[in-house]
Design a protein around this ligand. Structure first.
Ligand code: ZN
Length: 135
């Protein structure tokens, strides 16, 4: 089995934001030289996350961020001294990793699916890892 780890940077511009990282993940998988296996995208931050969702209508991103804000308001009597408890909660709700299938050199995604870096306490310069395992 072969393996490759890549660390990638993403610059966020909003307080909460969904950044499409699909092209970068595909490039990392292609440059690994691995044709068949598993691709793990991992976000090493406690107020960010990664998810897979619709790439067609940009209003889906807006609606997702809007509803997450309703479920976890920025101000809600939290005690955490740093003042970003909502970001921590959204990070855990969304999740720190996604596992994808790499088949014959192609990332398996649905027609309407893209991979999104989820910023919940930006803007910041963030990082994430792409690990490719396979043959
Ligand atoms: Zn904090």
């Amino acid at each position: 089995m072969k393996q490759k780890l890549v660390e990638l940077e993403v610059r966020t511009h909003g307080h909460s934001e969904m950044v499409d990282i699909t092209a970068d993940v595909k490039r990392a998988a292609a440059e690994s030289g691995i044709q068949n296996g598993i691709v793990v995208v991992f976000v090493p931050h406690t107020t960010a996350a990664v998810t897979i969702n619709e790439n067609a209508d940009p209003d889906v991103k807006r609606d997702m961020l809007m509803e997450l804000e309703k479920v976890v308001p920025w101000q809600d009597g939290y005690r955490h001294i740093e003042g970003n408890s909502a970001g921590h909660l959204k990070s855990s709700l969304t999740g720190a990793s996604e596992t994808l299938i790499l088949e014959d050199g192609r990332l398996v995604l649905g027609t309407w699916q893209d991979i999104y870096f989820m910023e919940f306490d930006g803007p910041r310069t963030r990082h994430y890892f792409v690990k490719v395992l396979g043959e």
